[in-house]
Design a protein around this ligand. Structure first.
Ligand SMILES: Nc1ncnc2c1ncn2[C@@H]1O[C@H](COP(=O)(O)OP(=O)(O)OP(=O)(O)O)[C@@H](O)[C@H]1O
Ligand SMILES: [Mg+2]
Length: 339
């Protein structure tokens, strides 16, 4: 378990991390999200005592990192895959780590096998591709067989097979009851990997909630309906005081609609439906919606804080975000049930 209490880091007049309080729990993969410069890496460095907090506190299983007896056996981390002595072979790099942390040398072969680098164990790491470097960094994190694992953008540079592998590795580690804390900008990947989310923007906590609650709270939901008889369906819906949005491809979108009610209505009017599907925005849309106001670095094209610019809407006439949306600068962090 990792516990943060009012954790704050200032560099001069820049507040990189601003009173963060949250707990990373065992048994699930917790995703750590935030736009570039949000303070994710700084937070992770403070967890490992690589940076001193300006204020607040962070504890690993109730202790400060510096007070852990054999830290490698408590927490393993991949922060910067390039922070490896390129002249050393993969095996020797891990052996040095093992020897300086009283870990048996046999463990080196085990982790090389786990990350799929056994065949290049005797090669110098400076010749490694980006993905191989990531795997070596992950091997280092696993070396002490720790209960807590932390990865800063581990899928950077990994090919699809590598991404699939790390997704399963993280889920397996969490299923073994370990604490897994991982940052990533790959939202589609995060949606498949993490069960819990901590989202920050400009150093501040924006959300600490389950993946399902995060998407439900920060995005709209609607029902898509397709029929060969749109005029009659529109009339039937209008009679029930349901106003659909007609999209470019002729389907209807009903904001916050109940599929059962719409299906029954169609049946009552003997209308054929070719589609009746509840739609939920993706994690990416929900993330962009919530963090629009805290994006510091963005390309021209839309203004930060402009939801319509941040998230494509199928039809210009479509209603904007449903009542469930509570994103934006002034939103309070949602605290969904812990999973
Ligand atoms: N050593 C430092 N000295 C001064 N400012 C720093 C230092 N380290 C980080 N910062 C600043 O703190 C803020 C947070 O940076 P951090 O690297 O933690 O963000 P991040 O969320 O990891 O971003 P990214 O997604 O781009 O990796 C940034 O504005 C950054 O410029
Ligand atoms: Mg970072």
């Amino acid at each position: 378990m990792i516990e943060l209490q009012g954790l704050t880091k200032r560099y001069g007049d820049k507040t990189a991390v601003d009173h963060l309080t949250f707990t990373v729990r065992p048994g699930v993969v917790t995703g750590f999200l935030g736009p570039n410069g949000a303070g994710k890496s700084t937070t992770m460095r403070m967890m490992l005592d690589l940076d001193n907090p300006t204020a607040g506190d962070v504890r690993i299983d109730g202790k400060h990192y510096r007070d852990l007896n054999e830290p490698f056996k408590y927490i393993g981390a991949l922060l910067d895959a390039k922070a490896i002595h390129g002249g050393r072979t993969a095996y020797n790099h891990l052996l040095c780590l093992a020897q300086s942390n009283r870990i048996p040398a046999s463990r080196v072969d085990e982790v090389l096998e786990t990350v799929g680098l056994s065949s290049v164990a005797k090669k110098r790491s400076k010749g490694f591709s980006l993905g191989m470097g990531q795997r070596l960094g992950i091997a280092g994190a696993l070396l002490g067989d720790p209960e807590i694992l932390m990865f800063d953008e581990p899928v950077n540079g990994l090919d699809p097979e590598g991404i699939h592998w790390i997704r399963n590795l993280m889920k397996d580690l969490a299923a073994q009851g370990r604490t897994v804390f991982v940052s990533s900008h790959l939202m589609s990947e995060m949606a498949l990997t993490a069960e819990h989310l901590v989202v920050i923007g400009q150093g501040r906590l924006l959300a600490d909630t389950s993946m399902a609650d995060f998407i439900a709270t920060n995005s709209r939901s609607y029902v898509r309906v397709r029929t060969p008889d749109p005029e009659r369906l529109r009339d039937a819906l209008a009679a029930a005081q349901i106003i659909p949005v007609v999209t470019g491809d002729g389907s209807f979108e009903i904001e916050g609609g109940d599929p059962a009610r719409i299906g029954e209505l169609a049946a009552k009017h003997q209308l054929t439906l070719h589609e009746l599907s509840p739609q939920r925005a993706s994690l990416e849309e929900a993330f962009m919606q919530l963090t629009a106001d805290s994006v510091e670095y963005h390309a021209g094209g839309h203004l930060a804080g402009d939801p319509a610019g941040a998230v494509p809407v199928t039809d210009p006439a479509a209603p904007q975000w449903g009542a469930g949306w509570s994103g934006g600068k002034d939103s309070t962090p949602s605290t969904g049930k812990e999973s």
